[in-house]
Design a protein around this ligand. Sequence first.
Ligand SMILES: NC(=O)c1ccc[n+]([C@@H]2O[C@H](COP(=O)([O-])OP(=O)(O)OC[C@H]3O[C@@H](n4cnc5c(N)ncnc54)[C@H](O)[C@@H]3O)[C@@H](O)[C@H]2O)c1
Length: 249
Amino acid sequence: MNAYAGRFAGRSAVITGGASGLGLAVARRLVAEGGRVALWDLNPDQLALAANALGGAHTEQLDVSDAAAVARAADASAAALGTIDILICSAGITGATVPVHEFPLDSWARVIDINLNGLFYCCRAVVPHMLANGYGRIVNVASVAGKEGNPNASAYSASKAGVIGFTKSLGKELAGKGVIANALTPATFESPILSQLPPSQVEYMRSKIPMGRLGEAEESAAMILFMASEECSFTTASTFDTSGGRTTY
Ligand SMILES: NC(=O)c1ccc[n+]([C@@H]2O[C@H](COP(=O)([O-])OP(=O)(O)OC[C@H]3O[C@@H](n4cnc5c(N)ncnc54)[C@H](O)[C@@H]3O)[C@@H](O)[C@H]2O)c1
């Protein structure tokens, strides 16, 4: 029995990276709590599987680093869902795991393009729909890497620090307009993204977590759902933490 059944009744959400990991965990709970979702993702096979697992969902197969595709998807999702009340930006990649002086230029550019520029394109395209309704909740998924900096992950750390700064700016711009924007900074949790990293890097990140274990996607999803709910009414431009004690600020 879900204690929050009905919390998102009548609410519609766009979830980028919604076909996998944290985005899919958020989608599952939003639907379980009465909401409707549009999943945006690069991976068509995962999208089809995710929509099927949810018993049907509007999907948009796109690359969030393509600003024109993102703008088209925002209009299509608003038409399909009736409105967009909630935006969860979870799409992301890790990039290379090497020191700065060896970092491939193409990997740097791709990480910034997806994790930071793409997230900006999504917020830019969806905010007008929220302002038109005078209501919105935006959750941008950053990382503890954006606060602490992980060695050999400079592009990822920089992109996630950018997400935190961007969300502070966005939240302040929208304050008083009914649209609330916050960021999440998870420490490492179990998900397919970890297959992009050498096991030694995952072990390094686990060793930094005082609870001594990796998180679960569902633990970060639970925090995101609070930020996406009406109850999150006096916190904006802020950063919430799910890091097993790694970051305390
Ligand atoms: N798993 C972790 O340990 C961890 C920790 C901190 C932050 N995060 C962040 O959480 C978010 C979700 O990660 P996850 O662990 O669920 O990973 P995941 O790989 O399971 O999911 C990411 C999804 O984003 C999609 N995606 C990637 N590039 C895209 C693009 N250009 N356009 C559209 N979709 C794209 C992928 O297809 C995938 O479905 C990411 O932003 C990640 O950086 C993850």
